[in-house]
Design a protein around this ligand. Structure first.
Ligand code: TYD
Length: 388
């Protein structure tokens, strides 16, 4: 049974960047988060209908940061021994699949704008949502797979039982299902409640994932802790009966120490979320009073949650800069802060920059070293509200 512990209020589609004339049709929902006592899954009370988020205008491009481009290139090298017949669920703009053999790799991507890109690159691409129905179809046309891979996408899928059944169906008996998503342990440790938005209906613990996989014929055989996306777990799962690495129990016992199997851990987290909100509003209001120009760096889904939950609009954040062409010239979802290309908006007139993309702090600090040396300061709320 699901038990609610956090209400993040009225929220728009996190990647729903929009033009002024679209404001009157903007979609909102109430973002509430719950703990499922049976599976130990942290999940939203109600899910946004996927086509409202993932469609032909989807704005998130996986290849926009060097960190992620390097991440996927290295991952490809480490997976070569697992086989060549790979299928990627949520292939986005091809940032990972482009490293694989065009004859053997299959892309699955429901957003038409990106499906077109992998198709153009020469990959068989199914422009559909991942489901057992699709897996049955792929089984007929392409056969079983050595590797089924997914990065930052399994946590997007409302019906996890169906998603895992589909994987079990299409995986060879000795095949491996590898997927990575933000880690619940890291979210709790960092107070990074902005990991929660429409596209992340669940935030995964290893404990919950193993419960869900096992009831669908799969089990976790290895876990790797990653630094990307503010702390993620890479899960290796196989059909039940495979050899299990020590990292699985190590991660589960760490999660038990953190209390990730206990509802009251999340009640306490909700109190810290409220404190973080109060202190971010206080800091930004003080900057405003002192006449400082504050912008936001990176028009992220995460910052959609922050700005809407904290009611932060253009009065406190003058504009947002972002390198993604699909976001530039538009307004941020819900709070309607203008988005500019960095070349236009990131300069010496800016005193402080709130880090919407705090997960790329190292890459950004390196890139903006001159601005920092000239007195510019970044603001973050992770793990607590402060100047960096
Ligand atoms: P990400 O943190 O992956 O966002 P989300 O919360 O939506 O998962 O995305 C980072 C965003 O920040 C992306 O839109 C690109 C942008 N960005 C910049 O504008 N400049 C940069 O230097 C970097 C690294 C990212």
């Amino acid at each position: 049974m699901k038990k609610e512990f956090l209400n993040l209020g009225k929220q728009p589609i996190a990647n729903g960047f929009l033009f002024k004339d679209q404001i009157k049709e903007e979609y909102f929902y109430n973002l509430k988060v719950a703990f499922d006592n049976e599976t130990k899954l942290v999940t939203q009370t109600e899910y946004v209908d996927p086509p409202l988020m993932f469609n032909d205008e989807y704005a998130y491009r996986g290849s926009m940061s060097k960190t992620m481009r390097d991440h996927f290139q290295n991952l490809h090298s480490s997976l070569i021994d697992y086989g060549k017949e790979i299928l990627e669920i949520g292939s986005n703009d091809g940032v990972f699949i482009k490293h694989w053999d065009k004859e053997k790799a299959i892309a699955v991507e429901p957003c038409g704008n990106f499906a077109k890109e992998t198709l153009k690159m020469g990959y068989t691409t199914y422009c559909e949502f991942w489901s057992t129905k699709l897996a049955e179809q792929i089984l007929v046309f392409d056969g079983k797979r050595d590797i089924i891979f997914s990065a930052n996408c399994i946590c997007h899928i409302p019906d996890l039982d169906d998603a895992f059944k589909a994987v079990e169906l299409l995986l060879k008996d000795d095949g491996v299902f590898i997927f990575e998503d933000p880690s619940l342990a890291e979210m709790i440790n960092n107070n990074s409640y902005d990991q929660i938005y429409d596209e992340h209906p669940h935030i995964f613990s290893v404990i919950a994932l193993d419960n869900l996989l096992q009831r669908n014929g799969l089990q976790i055989v290895k876990v790797e802790n990653l630094s990307v996306h503010g702390g993620s777990n890479r899960i290796y799962a196989k059909k039940i009966g495979a050899k299990v690495d020590k990292s699985v129990e190590d991660n589960k016992s760490y999660e038990r120490i953190l209390g990730l199997d206990d509802f009251y851990t999340f009640k306490r987290f909700a109190v810290r979320v409220q404190q973080s909100k109060d202190s971010l509003i206080r800091l930004l209001t003080n900057c405003k009073k002192e006449g400082k120009k504050v912008i936001s760096y990176g028009a992220t889904s995460k910052s959609t949650t922050i700005f809407n939950y904290c009611n932060i609009g253009p009065d406190l954040i003058s504009y947002i800069t972002d390198t993604t062409p699909e976001k530039q010239g538009k307004l941020s979802p819900g709070m309607h802060i203008p988005i500019l290309p960095p070349e236009q908006g990131f300069n010496e007139t800016v005193n402080f920059a709130y880090l919407g993309a705090w997960n790329f702090l190292d890459e950004i600090k390196e890139k903006e070293i001159l601005w920092v040396l000239n007195g510019g300061k970044f603001i973050t709320h992770v793990p607590s509200v402060k100047f960096v």
